[in-house]
Write a protein that binds this ligand. Sequence first.
Ligand code: C5P
Length: 227
Amino acid sequence: MKKITIAIDGYSSTGKSTVAKQLADWLEYIYVDTGAMYRALTLYSMENSLIADGFFDKESLIKKLDDIEIAFTRNTDSGKAEVTLNGKNVEKHIRTLEVSTFVSPIATVSEVRAKLVEQQQKMGASKGIVMDGRDIGTVVFPDAELKIFMTASAEERAKRRYQELLDRGDTVNYKAVLANVVERDHIDTTRADSPLVQADDAIVIDNTHTNVSDQFHTILQLAKDRI
Ligand code: C5P
């Protein structure tokens, strides 16, 4: 069967990764969560004091980029891909509100994007991949056979993210989560390099009111139509 590239872009917490993982499992494709790669670089910056008290030492991060290795490893229990930073599994540390606060400013740095985009393009060189992020259909794989652009109201997305953080055991406040969602949307859509925009040939899915299962079946059918 022909293998295709599926690019799923959209705003924060629209459920991109949930549907992308389901599609990859069903199609037996590779799944890549590119947000996890930007989050791992953010964690590196936090751990190495490149971000502190509202100050971001962009030049030092750029100098260190060649020494930072971001990769994925398979969790032998769950079978899920988890992100590693210089060989250490950091999956459990990259979804905090603190990382979410700093990730979008870091993702505006062109040198950071160039490094991660190059790596993402290599991962998808043989197709048979579902990749989610902000610039997959526009920059990483402009020729992807299927492009989805996911959206939902900011309040609904913040509600989902808030619940996820509570389920992880984090102490969070809904208003802070909503503010982060709105702030990330703003930075992601207005940055100069590879802003979050809908590709001309992307299919828009607004999931404010749709359930995960309906959404999965809609996108799966779109994929089957292209295989
Ligand atoms: O997908 P997730 O919400 O985990 O992504 C975290 C952040 O990483 C986004 O808000 C965005 O700033 C950045 N990002 C990006 N390009 C991607 C994926 C994520 O700029 N392809």
